[in-house]
Design a protein around this ligand. Structure first.
Ligand code: HMG
Length: 388
């Protein structure tokens, strides 16, 4: 059978971050609550001229860089739950900024954090019938909760982009999967709100139930057991959640002792970014591949995607020989290292920024961004520009 999977993978995030020790002090909680209880250290905070489109374009540009024939990109699937337009697919701006082929389908997908996984599975089905084509999958989100809420330290932002094809270089995705859907109100964002409404503790319970159900379906479809997987990548709303998920899965499978090695490398980037919703699973994969000190060639990874509301899926992939030479490790680590720290006041200022909603022209002050930025808005139209 032809291998189908991930040919290249890159992520982008804001050039600004808030140290969660500062947030803890400002909110009057012990710093260990965020660093250990939640498992987060730094939170990526987007400036006014960085949004899901600019992040998406920066990450996609890098992902395309080591793709042999970008003219074969026949579909752009952009998953997000922080969309900037009710009608136009955000991916069209990215398609335009990157000058992608006009003979291309571009659509946006939504189901909370799960839609990146949905896009992946749809792309794989498409590629099985169109083996010389490529799909650009982008998952881009800015996670926002209210100031002073329990969800506040779990905010963050990132975009992850992947070229999917029948010439995978990083990971071949296996066909077996287990999906699970249940109508629950654990986290949602009505159209008139900028911040999510969340029943936080309930959401963590539903996440774990959805893991158990999707694993059961995956196991029935694949016949594989826990020990058939060398590493695991979970949806990472905060890193403690992924650790708890791993402990729960081991318990379900009757595994007595788990090794931290099975998930530790996948959590390193998210610890410094916060929740990036649709992107977090793929940021976790980049983190695993780029930080692992041992050769993962031939190893099977178990993936768990969860999107509130809720839809979840467990699936797997196998790491391909020579994957190391196609990673963007230096670029990503440099990106994380060169970010600018914010004070709590500066974070709140970024948080409170809103574009005008009456269609009037407004040009956004220039901050540090990736390769693209939101220049402003005019006549209700968002204006983007390249900054290189
Ligand atoms: P909270 O009020 O901080 O909860 O809310 P807590 O008081 O129970 O504290 C959390 C942990 O810190 C606890 O550990 C405490 O014991 C510990 P646990 O019992 O969980 O093991 N703790 C301390 N540890 C060390 N030193 C201390 C200390 N004090 C307390 N001094 C909550 C936590 C996650 C609910 C909140 O952050 C929240 O609402 N987050 C947003 C929702 C969320 O991320 N849900 C995750 C599952 S749903 C999901 O993943 C989907 C999502 O990504 C969206 C989508 O799909 O679109 C969110």
């Amino acid at each position: 059978m032809t291998a189908i999977g991930i040919e290249s993978l890159s992520f982008a995030t804001s050039r600004y971050f808030l140290d969660l020790d500062l947030l803890a002090q400002a909110r009057g909680v012990e710093t260990s609550k965020f660093s250990q209880g939640i498992g987060q250290r730094l939170m990526a905070v987007a400036p006014p001229d960085e949004d899901i489109v600019s992040l998406a374009a920066s990450s996609a540009k890098k992902a395309i860089e080591n793709c042999d024939d970008p003219q074969n990109i026949a579909m752009v699937l952009m998953a997000t739950e922080s969309g900037v337009d009710q009608s136009k697919a955000c991916g069209i701006w990215v398609h335009h900024l990157l000058n992608l082929p006009s003979q291309c389908r571009v659509v946006e997908l939504k189901q909370a954090c799960y839609s990146g996984c949905a896009a992946l599975q749809l792309a794989l089905s498409y590629l099985s019938r169109h083996q010389n084509k490529k799909v650009l999958l982008i998952a881009s989100d800015i996670a926002r909760y209210g100031l002073h809420t329990a969800g506040e330290p779990t905010q963050g932002c990132a975009a992850a982009s992947m070229i999917l094809s029948c010439q995978p270089r990083l990971v071949a995705i296996e066909p077996e999967y287990g999906a699970y859907t249940s109508h629950v109100m654990d986290f949602w964002r009505p159209n008139y709100r900028d911040e999510a409404i969340v029943d936080g503790k309930y959401s963590t319970k539903v996440y774990l139930e959805a893991l158990a159900e999707s694993w059961k379906a995956y196991q029935a479809a694949s016949g594989r057991s826990f020990t058939d997987h060398a590493r695991f990548c979970y949806h990472i709303p905060f890193t403690r959640m992924a650790q708890k998920a791993h402990e729960r899965l081991a318990k379900i499978c009757g595994i007595q002792a788990i090794s931290t090695e099975q998930i530790a490398d996948s959590l390193l980037y998210s610890q410094q970014l916060g929740n990036s919703y649709t992107a977090s699973l793929f940021v976790g994969l980049a983190s695993l591949l780029e930080n692992s000190t041992c050769d993962l060639t031939g190893q099977r990874i178990g993936f768990f995607s969860y999107g509130s509301g809720c839809v979840a899926e467990f699936f797997s992939g196998v790491v391909l020989p020579g994957y190391q030479q196609f990673l963007h490790t230096t670029h990503h680590q440099q990106l994380l290292k060169s970010r600018q720290p914010l004070s709590v006041d500066q974070y709140e200022e970024f948080y409170k920024f809103r574009l005008p909603q009456d269609g009037s022209r407004y040009m956004v002050e220039r901050y540090r961004t990736g390769d693209f930025r939101l220049a402003g808005i005019d006549g209700h139209e968002r204006l983007y520009e390249s900054v290189i």
